[in-house]
Design a protein around this ligand. Sequence first.
Ligand code: SF4
Ligand code: SF4
Length: 224
Amino acid sequence: MNIKIKRDKEFVDYEVSKGLTLLKALYKIKSDIDNSLGFKAGCRSGICGVCAVRVNEKEVLACSYKPKDDDEVTPLRYHSVIKDLIVDKSKSKETLKNSLAWLHQYIKTDITIEEEKKTELQSDCILCSSCYSACPVFEINKDFLGPFALTRVYRYTADKREGDIKSTIDTIQSNGVWDCTLCGECTTVCPQGIDPKMDITLLRGVSSQFGYSDPNFVAMSFGF
Ligand code: SF4
Ligand code: SF4
């Protein structure tokens, strides 16, 4: 079986055995064919998110994906490529800092198991950056806060220990909730089953409670 891997500017063909995960195939290529192949991996069991790449223009974790004949493997989009499939994720991680996605004003209170469950899924993000790479908004707006940061914002605005939701909601009005097209690509590729599109929709609702509305809708309605 043949797979194509983007190396520098060109695809290079490699013969690999059927039935291996993509990560195992990459290790095999490195040990038996070309020791210079660049890729990154951590836990090898879908937990750390380090091995995220694109296959046929869709984001996958290499350790969980089984390649098919003629698959095209490329690095994540919108990240600087360090070597072959290795990218620098510092830019995407910056979105967490820019979106103030943490508790700001801690209120000491008891949390029930039911309340904790409400944001359990959002807390499962492994920062693989797959959703960031899948999001079409970054093609036109590199300052967009992006799906996983907004999911984390939702996780903290929904936490009853947060005493200052407004500061965070103020922060996500620009390059944030209203810039999302609700296309759902982030949700489709998330290996953890997180739904950033839904979290962004919920954040729009919370924003409305603080007096914000969709600036695009206002511009369309009144022809500004
Ligand atoms: S739903 Fe929004 S955040 Fe998710 S990929 Fe689409 S535009 Fe990006
Ligand atoms: S939300 Fe999902 S796809 Fe996005 S970084 Fe977290 S785990 Fe990865």
